[in-house]
Design a protein around this ligand. Structure first.
Ligand code: CUA
Length: 155
């Protein structure tokens, strides 16, 4: 079979590029361990409510304008409900679901995580801009999905 030499050249170049990309990916995965964390923190969905982390879903001040809160995303509400946060505060959210997969999206921010039963999801955000932010469930979770919405008031 005759292959034109330009075609041969480009086959070689293409293969080399592929080998370089796969090499970089393998290096990042195995040597730099840059893969996303999986099964980092697990929780039995049936014991979410009784667990130490989620028994108390109050906003807690843990430092200088730094807060943490545990939120349960369940059919069809977020526990606790609406939140008030001082402007400039950094909030560390810890999330879990006792039933099905939910979403946790805060509008006008980069916060957008899936809350998968069995897993604990964590996300942090600094609320620099005062205003009202909507928390939405953006994973279809059943007939009441549309009611899963709360407000964060930053002032
Ligand atoms: Cu929860 Cu949709």
């Amino acid at each position: 079979m005759h292959i034109h030499r330009y075609e041969k050249l480009w086959l070689i170049i293409g293969s080399l590029i592929l080998a370089v990309f796969l090499g970089i990916l393998a290096f990042q995965t195995f040597f730099l361990e840059m893969g996303p964390p999986s099964h980092a923190e697990m929780i039995d969905p049936q014991t979410v409510r009784e667990s130490e982390i989620f028994a108390d879903t109050e906003l807690k001040e843990i430092g200088d304008n730094e807060y943490e809160i545990a939120i349960i995303a369940e059919m069809f509400a977020f526990q606790p409900g609406d939140l008030e946060i001082p402007a400039g505060a950094t909030v560390h959210f810890t999330l879990a679901s006792p039933d099905v997969t939910h979403g946790f999206k805060i509008t006008d921010t980069n916060v957008n995580v899936m809350v998968v039963p069995g897993h604990i999801s964590k996300v942090s955000h600094t609320f620099d801009e005062p205003g009202e932010y909507l928390i939405l469930c953006n994973e279809y979770c059943g007939l009441g999905h549309e009611f899963m919405a709360n407000t964060i008031t930053v002032k």
